[in-house]
Design a protein around this ligand. Structure first.
Ligand code: UDP
Ligand code: MG
Length: 328
C-alpha cells in the first residue's frame, strides 16, 4: 500500500496532471520586426504558468500582411509547436482577426494581445490571478494616459468615449485596450455574438459577466508604425456608434419634429403678418437660408438612416468575416 502511494507521488504522474491551457491571440498586420521580440517577451512568463500547470499556446493571426510576417511566424512554429499561424487571404481588419483567434483557440483561458508590445506581457500573471484567484470572468486592461499619442487623436478619442457612453447602454471604458484575459465561458459568450460589423470593445461590455480592470501606463509601440490612420479610427468610431446605439436615429426623428413645429409657427406668423401689414416679398433672403438649413438637416438625417441601412445590408448578406488562406 505504502509503496504504491510513494510511487504514485513520485511519478506525480505529471503527464496525467490536467494541464490547463492559455491561448494567446495575436493579430498581426505587417509586424515582421515585432514577431520575435513579442514571442521572447511572452515566453518570459512560461515558468510562471508552468508552475501553475498551465500550458501557453500562441495563435498569430496574419491579417493579410504584405511583409515577411508569415515567414517570421513560420520560423517560430518550426522550433516551437505551441506556435500556431492563421493566415488571411487579405487584410480583413483587426476585429476579424480577433474573431478568428477566438474561434480557433482551444484554451481554458484566452488572452488577446497586440504584437507591438504595447500590451505588456509582464501583466499576464496579474490578469491570470484576477480570474483564478479573485474569481472574475475576465480581466481587462486600460491605459491611464495617452503618452506619445498625437494630441488631436487623444482629444477625439476622449470625445468618442464620452459620446458613446452617453448614447449607448453597453459599458465602453475610456482607454480600454483589447488586451484582455477571459474564461472559456466568457469567450463562448463573445463568440455567440455573430454580428458582421464587430466592435469588440462594445461586445465585451455587452456580454456582461464580472470584469476586473487593471490599469497601466501607456507603452509606446516598439517597432514599426501604427496601422490606424486618423480616418480609419474615425470610421471605426462611427461603426462603434452605429453598432451600439440607436440614438442618432432618434435624434434625427426629434430634429424632424422640431423643424415641423418651427415651420408651422412660421406659417402662422407669415399669414398673420401678411393680413395685418401686407408685405409679400419681405424676408426673401431669410427664406433662402431657412430652405438651405432644412435641406441640410434632411440630408443629414437621411445620412444617419443610410448608415444603419448600409450596416443592415452588410449584415444580411452573411458574408464570412474572413477567409483563411493557410493554417499551421
Ligand atoms: N492589426 C491588424 N489588422 C489591421 C490593423 C492592425 O491585425 O488591419 C493589428 C496590428 O498588427 C497590432 C494590433 O492590431 O498587433 C494593433 O494595431 P496598432 O498597434 O497599429 O494600433 P494602435 O496600437 O496604434 O492603436
Ligand atoms: Mg499598437
Amino acid at each position: 500500500m505504502r509503496i504504491f502511494e510513494v510511487a504514485a507521488k513520485n511519478t506525480a504522474v505529471r503527464g496525467f496532471v490536467y494541464m490547463k491551457k492559455l491561448s494567446v491571440i495575436v493579430p498581426c498586420y505587417n509586424e515582421q520586426e515585432n514577431i520575435s521580440d513579442f514571442y521572447t517577451e511572452l515566453m518570459k512568463n512560461g515558468q510562471y504558468f508552468k508552475d501553475r500547470d498551465v500550458e501557453i499556446e500562441v495563435y498569430f493571426i496574419n491579417d493579410g500582411s504584405k511583409d515577411e510576417t508569415v515567414l517570421r511566424v513560420k520560423e517560430l512554429a518550426a522550433t516551437d509547436q505551441r506556435v500556431h499561424l492563421i493566415s488571411f487571404s487579405r487584410n480583413f481588419g483587426k476585429e476579424a482577426a480577433i474573431y478568428a483567434g477566438l474561434s480557433s483557440a482551444k484554451g481554458d483561458y484566452v488572452v488577446i494581445m497586440d504584437c507591438d508590445l504595447q500590451d505588456p506581457p509582464a501583466l499576464l500573471p496579474k490578469l491570470y490571478e484576477a480570474i483564478t484567484v479573485e474569481g472574475y470572468d475576465s480581466a481587462a486592461t486600460r491605459r491611464v494616459d495617452r503618452k506619445g499619442e498625437p494630441p488631436i487623436r487623444s482629444f477625439f478619442a476622449r470625445c468618442f468615449y464620452k459620446l458613446i457612453n452617453r448614447i449607448s447602454s453597453a459599458e465602453i471604458v475610456d482607454g480600454a485596450r483589447d488586451y484582455r484575459m477571459m474564461t472559456r465561458q466568457f469567450v463562448d459568450a463573445v463568440l455567440s455574438v455573430k454580428e458582421y460589423n464587430r466592435f469588440s470593445k462594445g461586445i465585451f461590455g455587452w456580454v456582461g459577466f464580472d470584469t476586473k480592470w487593471i490599469e497601466f501606463e501607456n507603452v509606446e509601440r516598439m517597432k514599426g508604425e501604427t496601422k490606424w490612420s486618423f480616418w480609419k479610427l474615425m470610421i471605426y468610431a462611427l461603426d462603434g456608434i452605429v453598432a451600439f446605439s440607436e440614438a442618432p436615429m432618434a435624434i434625427a426623428s426629434i430634429m424632424g419634429l422640431f423643424f415641423c413645429l418651427a415651420a408651422f409657427l412660421g406659417i402662422i406668423f407669415t399669414i398673420v403678418r401678411k393680413t395685418l401689414y401686407g408685405d409679400p416679398t419681405g424676408g426673401w433672403p431669410s427664406l433662402v437660408c431657412i430652405i438651405l438649413l432644412v435641406a441640410g438637416v434632411q440630408l443629414f438625417c437621411i445620412g444617419i438612416v443610410g448608415q444603419y441601412l448600409s450596416k443592415t445590408y452588410l449584415e444580411v448578406k452573411r458574408r464570412p468575416m474572413y477567409i483563411v488562406k493557410e493554417e499551421i
